[in-house]
Ligand binder design. Structure first.
Ligand code: XIL
Length: 390
């Protein structure tokens, strides 16, 4: 077992999470753990599942997961169950997976994840009802309102009674990357997408099941950019249209480098504008790549990734972010390493550098990396009230 649970049972963790912070546990240096004859001082944050460290601060931590890996790899499934209080299906709820033929729906793969969540008391984040990718060949982009209605009714309807599915990315990546890719300069929507269509999509969703949280999700909004400004305008438009929108999903596929700086001030202002609009910012797809110049060792690289996690999460937590989902849990399964999604030319042109793509908290052998410790520390230092994990 690569990653050991050391001294408390799951029930023990659950009770403790509501009562204690890890800081308290670490201060309690003399306390004996008689079952293993060790002192609590020997334990580090590694001993506490991230889900518990998050819960102690009223927050959720989780990862994007895939049903096929869940079924194939027991160690992976165990690690997800141990660390996560929320998960996102990486592909199982996308249009191509749920409605491969017009009007024919299947939830077999998504339900593997839903059942897993039920069994392990994990929240399920529904991703996503509307995207320009992972669609079946027959579907135009944007789909017609009729197609949207049929799809949303069936997919959301399937999970209406679900005890684990608590939130939906109603729309994903609707904002274009720059002004050349939109015919709508105000909201910057992808070509062909009208603001009214998105409004109607949210209205349809609310008519099917308004008991869930509704998010608008996007990437490239982690700073003051043309895109983040359009994203915020679209959120504001939805709010002003009287549509139910609970939160904004900030994907956070991040690149850090010593060659350029992260726009901390700009990102802070994005978070502030969302909070002012009473639209909750959550982090939905976090992973961190270190861009050139690369360090001369993996150890240094891992430390840079960890420092970047800490810096980013500190900033998020200061702005009341309460949910952090990484896009995967282990470097063994990261989309970043897939040739189709290979980021940026530095890596695409030189496969020897792929070993420097280590964007997630655990390594290929499911060993915790410094990034995991950084996430643990960020949760540990966040201020907030504990929640009870059921
Ligand atoms: C990615 C998955 O991780 C890949 O496995 C899949 O083939 C393509 O989609 N933004 C999103 C996610 O909103 O749905 C994407 O997931 C990653 C980028």
């Amino acid at each position: 077992m690569p990653y050991r649970r050391k001294f408390l049972t799951r029930a023990g963790y659950t009770t403790l999470s509501a009562l204690l912070t890890v800081g308290f546990l670490q201060k309690d240096k003399q306390k004996e753990d008689h079952s293993k004859n060790r002192t609590v001082a020997n334990y580090t944050n590694d001993d506490f599942p991230l889900r518990q460290l998050a819960a102690a601060k009223g927050k959720l931590y989780g990862a994007a997961i895939s049903h096929d890996i869940l079924l194939k790899e027991k160690d992976y499934a165990n690690l997800i169950a141990r660390e996560c209080s929320i998960v996102t299906p990486a592909g199982e709820l996308k249009w191509g997976a749920t409605e491969p033929q017009p009007g024919e729906f299947t939830f077999e793969s998504a339900d593997v994840i839903a059942d897993f969540c039920q069994k392990h008391n994990i929240e399920l984040h529904g991703h996503t009802l509307f995207w320009h990718m992972a669609n079946p060949d027959w579907l135009p982009y944007p789909p017609t309102l009729k197609m949207i209605e049929r799809h949303v009714k069936a997919v959301m309807g399937h999970y209406r009674e679900s005890k684990v599915l608590k939130s939906w990315d109603i729309a994903n990546e609707i904002i274009a990357d720059n002004e050349n890719e939109t015919d709508n300069p105000t909201y910057g929507l992808r070509k062909g997408v009208k603001p009214e269509l998105i409004r109607d999509l949210f209205l349809i969703a609310a008519s099917v099941d308004n008991s869930k949280k509704f998010y608008l999700n996007d990437f490239g909004i982690e700073g003051a950019t043309w895109k983040s400004d359009r994203f915020l305008k679209m959120v504001e438009y939805l709010k002003n249209s009287g549509v139910k929108i609970d939160g904004a999903g900030i994907q956070s596929h991040l690149w850090f480098s010593t060659a350029y700086s992260f726009d901390e001030k700009g990102f802070n202002s994005v978070l502030k504008r969302l909070n002012d609009l009473e639209v909750k910012p959550i982090i939905t797809e976090l992973d961190i790549v270190i861009d050139a110049p690369l360090p001369d060792s993996i150890k240094k690289l891992d430390q840079m990734v960890a420092d970047s996690y800490k810096r980013y999460l500190d900033l998020c937590f200061a702005a009341k972010v309460d949910t952090v989902i990484t896009w995967g849990l282990t470097d063994r399964h990261s989309w970043i390493r897939h040739p189709d999604w290979m980021p940026r030319k530095t890596f695409r042109e030189n496969p020897n550098l792929w070993k420097f793509l280590r964007p997630l908290p655990f390594d290929e052998n499911l060993k915790p990396k410094s990034a995991r410790n950084a996430i643990a520390q960020a949760f540990g230092q966040a201020t907030s009230t504990p929640i009870r994990l059921g």
